[in-house]
Design a protein around this ligand. Structure first.
Ligand SMILES: Cc1ncc(COP(=O)(O)O)c(C=O)c1O
Length: 400
């Protein structure tokens, strides 16, 4: 049996170095590349159109990928899976499609710790439709304050948009608790699963949410593809976002009627190769032994935390080791800018991210402009923690 790192060409070759920037993009799996190459070299045709054998086969491969993603997300029906170009596009689709049914004065609650992808589309909806945005604050460890939610929900609340896991702190939201409260009030819940997706299979049915978005390049798949999952009845009631080919039932110059979901939301030629790759990633994630991976990731996270705890000038932002969290770790170093730290450590082969992580409101909440972030995935090893430790010491010496 291959080890996890053998399944990822850039990791196995060493070319990715000490890759601790998995919250930005994970490395791609060999099985994903193989399935995309097979489609491109032996099965390429447009989908949902042609009736010659190659086109039928391409459509089957594309719809097979949709079914794989549905299994991975725990969706009851693959028609609830819409392919998009990423998580950002999926949230924007909801902001337009679901947002079209909202009236001025309707309210949307957005988490304080969200990625900009789950803030800006709602602000744009506010500006065009007059909906009111309310903010669900986070606590000192970065968790959404579910205790504050009851006070925010009113009879005008239509949607709560929260992340499943923070891309800055790794804090995992108790989505099921939010969905329970929301359902009791007839409020829809959109969950940003972009970070969660690489750390275990998801179960949208158990979570009880209405929308769930993921993005291919953060779950060992290709860039340029993502998914919006939504309950069938919610998708049925939603207006399309983009118009064009293959999303229609009938077009005349007087009127157009639309195809049922998911095709209503997939105007034009979809990212076929990428969707097929995402299907392969979903299959790989479904076949992964998560208890084993989680315990390894957990040990490595503990190792990184020990390294940081042992250094002066370092402050970790977010939950502690015992909390419900992902192996995503943000920290600041007194007197050193994250960009300098990342550059110095990067020159030693350690890939980290420094900046606001597209979560400026969360930076404001913690009173910082930027953090340095180390984020793990299933192929990381204890050697990566050692390399991180050595590179950090080097950087701290230079920046002292
Ligand atoms: C929590 C979260 N949501 C959404 C996104 C947006 O993903 P994409 O840029 O692939 O659309 C990201 C990417 O960093 C993220 O971390």
């Amino acid at each position: 049996m291959l080890s996890h790192s053998d399944q990822f060409p850039a990791v196995a070759s060493g070319l990715a170095g000490t890759y601790l920037d998995n919250a930005a993009t994970t490395q791609i799996a060999a099985s994903v590349l193989a399935r995309m190459a097979a489609f491109e070299t032996a099965g390429r045709a447009n989908v949902k159109r042609g009736i010659y054998p190659l086109a039928i086969q391409a459509t089957q491969a594309f719809e097979g990928a949709r079914a794989a993603v549905a299994r991975y997300l725990g969706a009851g029906d693959s028609n609830e899976v819409v392919f998009t170009s990423g998580a950002t596009a999926a949230v924007n689709l909801v902001a337009h499609g679901f947002g079209a049914g909202l009236a001025a004065g309707d309210e949307i609650i957005v988490g304080e710790g969200e990625h900009h992808a789950n803030i800006v589309p709602w602000q744009m909806l506010r500006d065009r439709a007059g909906v009111v945005l309310k903010v669900l604050p986070v606590d000192d460890r970065g968790y959404p304050r579910i205790d504050a939610l009851a006070g925010l929900i009113t009879e005008r609340t239509r949607l709560i948009a929260v992340t499943h896991a923070s891309n800055v702190t790794g804090a995992v939201t108790d989505v099921a608790a939010i969905c329970d409260m929301a359902r009791a009030k007839g409020v829809r819940v959109l969950v940003d699963g972009a970070q969660m997706a690489a750390h275990g299979a998801v179960d949208v049915t158990a979570l009880g949410c209405d929308f769930y978005v993921v993005t291919g390049h953060k779950m060992f798949g290709p860039t340029g593809v993502g998914v919006l999952w939504a309950r069938a009845e919610v998708l049925d009631a939603m207006a399309p976002f983009m118009g064009g080919g293959e999303m229609i039932r009938r077009v005349t110059f007087e009127e157009t009627t639309y195809a049922p979901p998911p095709h209503r939301f997939e105007a034009g030629t979809p990212p076929v190769t990428q969707a097929i790759g995402l299907g392969a990633a979903a299959d790989m994630l479904l076949a992964t032994d998560w208890p084993e991976v989680r315990s390894r990731e957990w040990n490595l996270l503990g190792g990184l935390m020990d390294v940081l705890d042992a250094r002066d000038r370092v402050t970790v932002i977010g939950p502690g080791a015992d909390d419900r969290r992902l192996p995503i770790l943000s920290f600041t170093v007194a007197g050193a800018h994250p960009h300098d730290l990342c550059e110095l450590m990067g020159a030693r082969g350690v890939a980290l991210r420094g900046g606001h992580h597209c979560a400026q409101p969360l930076m404001d909440r913690f009173g910082v402009e930027a953090t340095t972030r180390a984020s793990l995935a299933l192929y990381n090893t204890p050697a990566d923690v050692d390399a991180f430790s050595d590179a950090l010491d080097h950087a701290l010496t230079v920046l002292s």
